[in-house]
Design a protein around this ligand. Structure first.
Ligand SMILES: C[S@@+](CC[C@H](N)C(=O)[O-])C[C@H]1O[C@@H](n2cnc3c(N)ncnc32)[C@H](O)[C@@H]1O
Length: 813
């Protein structure tokens, strides 16, 4: 319950008025105000705003106005559907537009403008701290734009707009009257490289450029330190560069010492983070503390759902019960019931993608990048001491790295998009059994290696020879290990794109392994379509093709899926939609508890795996659809739940809402177990894997969706389809990105208005909106429909030692 509003009285103090909100949520503004000025009787003006003095700071320059008038946001207004009983007489600002600067020239720290500024400062800080780990050739003699000259006469410009290309950089330099010889900039990066005619020009131009503003960024100039990466004749290798951390000395003093590459590297390396820090930043903490930290940070993110749904709740519509009750649980939308620990903490990843590049020491390395390429970090370091990587994966990375030291083909250069060797992915499959006593490699029985290359512009014969040597290197490496490392398949993926994330249809080919490795006899000419590894979830065998998604921590995923099934309240009369189903893991592990599963997945090979997985496990009541969920969700719901709202409410229509227990309780047998679909006999019409079967779905009383989308969350059309279909009463949302879960839940849970107001939709500024802001915006145009309510949430830790965590939330209506 909200406390009664305070009386509007000029004698109220700022404290007491802010106190009117104390039951809503703690208001950081309040305490701040108290410290600034415990303003007592004087409330300032009589409630009328004065005319703005036009300086854009929101202050009206009127000395009769109290200095703190409207300098803080009214939290009552903020949390109460944009209304405050003090109306225009309230001394607190009703919205950002009314907000004035404080006497000390600062803004309310809770305001959007302060938050935005902090955010951009933070990202700038991050950019600067990572700006110097470029270990690839960026300015060398073989550039076709003629950018070939001495590295001693080159500088690196940091904080350039990411969307600029070389042409933009050159125009900018010309416009500013800054002389240069060559300039090179790659779209997507914040770095650019300039080469000058001579030292004098470099000195004066660097001075001019240092600190220059472009937009809200200030340029900084860094040194480019030439390095000789070994004695290889390969031009890519020989011309590798490294940038020094400090800015170019404005007095030119650093120019002399720049060629001393050792001092530059050592000084820098000691300042930079290790690969362990980059990949597993929580590894220094006890696992129990990691879990606590994750839980706390998830709570903060979850509170955004309450705040945003409250903000988006239409005027005149009462706040839903869950928002009112959120005050009792610290602002959470529902209880976060805890965090499930991963059953395995070390070497849990069954899939590791190792980049190929140069280490800070200039060595060709197979490992992990120390940061983000867009921010100028390309240094790759070996996966030393990364507790999430398995021993087998490290061994294969080492074998590949050793092979690359002697390869005639160059490693991929991210800056120039040239080279051959790009990435090694190690995928592991386990045998079915307890991992603790499952043999030498912790139950890992199969390994698939996927080497990503870019064959464009390389000679076929040379490529074929290199592949043969590569195969031999892996086989020798595996068999010379004691005990022999499992190796089931070697696949090459050909990809020309800028980043290593290849499209699903990037060509794959299987390289025949010439001899038996481990327990597996390899087929000499295996078709890539038949290449797979296997893993087990809940005793079901899953066949996984090279590019299909499979959770990286199988044992923790097992817990996640079981929880999802329990929360979904399944029974033989349940129709389960498994949205973004991958290889069918969720639907297939729950198929025995429902009448029918419909899986939807856009990756064709994952769908073909799902069909195969149904077959090898003898599961018949499933249907998998290969499509983007946004393209089929609406029509599938119509097809399977083809009832009108009136029919739905009609007690005579089977499958109507009247069949759903009042309290939405899970159907259970007397002993607390679900009846199996077999027990229900003919009541449930079993589906099949045929895509064309037109099954009458009126039998399914209980319709549930379990969604498990990628990081970006569900497409708006999917959310709309789920929200507006009245038969879907229960939704279990599994997410690897709690921010997108919150954004999607805002749309699913914000109440509809009584009726939509006509008028133009103001979509301006959506690019700069947060995901939650955008979701609020979208919620406004959602067709009128019953909102879901968040019922409970739980975290499942699939990613020990990293900040990531899966979050599962039950929504009902
Ligand atoms: C987080 S994975 C979950 C997969 C599966 N539920 C599991 O746990 O193994 C997300 C899956 O969604 C698929 N996907 C991504 N966007 C999609 C879309 N628009 N429609 C359908 N599937 C999509 C991906 O290919 C991927 O398999």
């Amino acid at each position: 319950m909200l406390m009664a509003e305070p009386e509007l009285s000029p004698s109220k103090t700022l404290d007491s008025i802010n106190g009117h909100d104390s039951t809503v949520e703690p208001n950081p503004t309040s305490s701040q105000d108290t410290q600034i000025n415990p303003l007592n009787n004087d409330v300032g003006p009589s409630g009328k705003r004065k005319i703005d003095d036009g300086d854009g700071d929101g202050n009206d320059g009127d000395s009769s106005v109290h200095p703190l008038w409207k300098t803080s946001l009214c939290s009552f207004f903020r949390h109460q559907d944009g209304s405050c009983s003090h109306g225009s007489a309230c001394r607190y600002a009703h919205g950002e537009e009314e907000l004035r600067r404080r006497p000390d020239n600062t803004w309310d720290p809770t305001s959007e403008r302060v938050k935005k500024k902090l955010k951009s400062e933070e990202s700038e800080k991050r950019d600067v701290s990572e700006e110097v780990m470029m270990t690839e050739a960026v300015v060398d003699g073989d550039d076709d734009d003629g950018c070939g000259s001495s590295n001693e006469l080159s500088k690196c410009l940091v904080h350039l707009p990411r969307k600029w290309c070389s042409e933009n950089l050159r125009s900018f330099l010309n416009q500013e009257g800054i002389p240069f010889k060559f300039a090179k900039k790659k779209k997507g990066m914040m770095l650019g490289f300039i080469t000058f005619e001579d030292e004098e020009q470099m000195k004066s131009s660097s001075k001019e450029l240092e600190g220059k503003s472009i937009g809200n960024k200030r340029l900084s100039v860094a040194n480019v330190v030439p390095r000789s990466f070994g004695k290889k004749s390969n031009s890519n290798v020989a011309s590798g560069l490294k940038l020094e951390k400090e800015n170019a000395g404005l007095d030119g003093s650093s120019l002399d010492g720049e060629t001393n590459d050792d001092s530059g590297v050592d000084g820098y390396v000691s300042k930079t983070r290790s690969v362990r820090d980059a990949v597993t930043p929580l590894a220094h903490m006890l696992y129990a503390d990691q879990l606590e930290q994750k839980k706390n940070s998830l709570m903060q993110i979850l509170k955004r759902l309450t705040r945003n749904a409250r903000k988006a709740c239409p005027t005149g519509v009462p706040l839903p019960e869950w928002i009112l009750k959120s005050r009792e649980i610290g602002g959470l939308p529902c209880k976060l019931e805890g965090i499930v620990a991963s059953p395995i903490e070390k070497g849990y990843r069954n899939k590791c993608e190792f980049s190929v590049g140069y280490s800070l020491e200039g060595k060709v390395t197979v490992g992990f990048m120390l940061g983000n390429f867009r921010e100028g970090v390309t240094a790759v370091e070996e996966a030393v001491d990364c507790p999430n990587v398995s021993m087998i994966a490290c061994k294969y990375a080492a074998i590949f790295q050793e092979f690359l030291q002697h390869s005639d083909l160059p490693v991929w250069n991210r800056f120039k998009n040239t080279g051959f060797w790009r990435q090694l992915t190690v995928r592991e499959g386990r045998s079915n059994g307890n991992v603790v006593d499952s043999g030498t490699f912790g139950g890992i029985a199969e390994v698939m290696l996927i080497v990503q290359v870019c064959t464009a512009s390389f000679d076929d014969a040379q490529v074929a020879t290199e592949f043969k040597r590569l195969t031999q290197a892996f086989v020798d490496g595996a068999t010379s290990h004691c005990p022999t490392l499992p190796l089931s398949a070697l696949v090459v993926q050909d990809h020309q794109g800028i980043s290593n994330v290849a499209p699903a249809d990037a060509p794959l080919r299987s390289l025949p392994l010439s001899q038996t490795v481990g327990d597996l006899e390899m087929d000499e000419n295996k078709n890539v379509m038949d290449v797979r590894i296997h893993d087990y979830i809940n005793n079901l065998r899953f066949s996984i093709s090279p590019t299909a998604f499979f959770q990286v921590n199988t044992l923790a995923a097992e817990k996640l899926y079981s929880l999802a099934g329990d929360w979904a309240c399944l029974g033989p009369d349940t129709l389960l939609f498994d949205i973004c189903c991958g290889t069918g893991t969720i639907g297939l592990t729950l198929a025995h508890r429902v009448g029918m599963v419909i899986g939807i997945e856009m990756n064709a090979s994952a769908v073909s795996d799902a069909h195969r997985n149904a077959e090898i496990n003898g599961i018949k009541n499933v249907r998998f659809i290969c499509s983007k969920a946004e393209d089929v969700m609406g029509s599938l719901l119509k097809e399977y739940l083809n009832v009108t709202r009136e029919e739905f409410d009609d007690p005579n229509v089977s499958g109507s809402s009247n069949d759903i227990p009042e309290d939405n309780a899970c159907p259970e047998t007397e002993n607390g177990e679900m009846p199996s679909s077999a027990e229900v006999g003919n009541k449930v019409q079993m589906g099949s894997t045929s895509e064309n079967e037109n099954t009458s779905m009126q039998h399914f009383k209980n319709v549930v969706a379990i969604v498990d989308p990628p990081r970006a969350g569900l497409h708006p059309s999917v959310i709309k389809a789920l929200r507006t279909h009245p038969r879907l009463r229960r939704l279990v949302y599994i997410s690897c990105n709690p921010e997108s879960l919150v954004a999607n839940a805002i749309e699913l849970c914000t109440p509809s208005p009584i009726k939509h107001e006509k008028g133009n939709k103001d979509n301006r500024g959506w690019r700069n909106m947060s995901s939650a802001g955008l979701a609020r915006h979208r919620a406004k145009s959602m067709p009128i429909s019953e909102a879901f309510q968040p019922i409970k949430a739980m975290a499942v830790d699939l990613f020990p030692h990293t900040p990531h965590c899966e979050l599962i939330m039950l929504l009902e209506r």
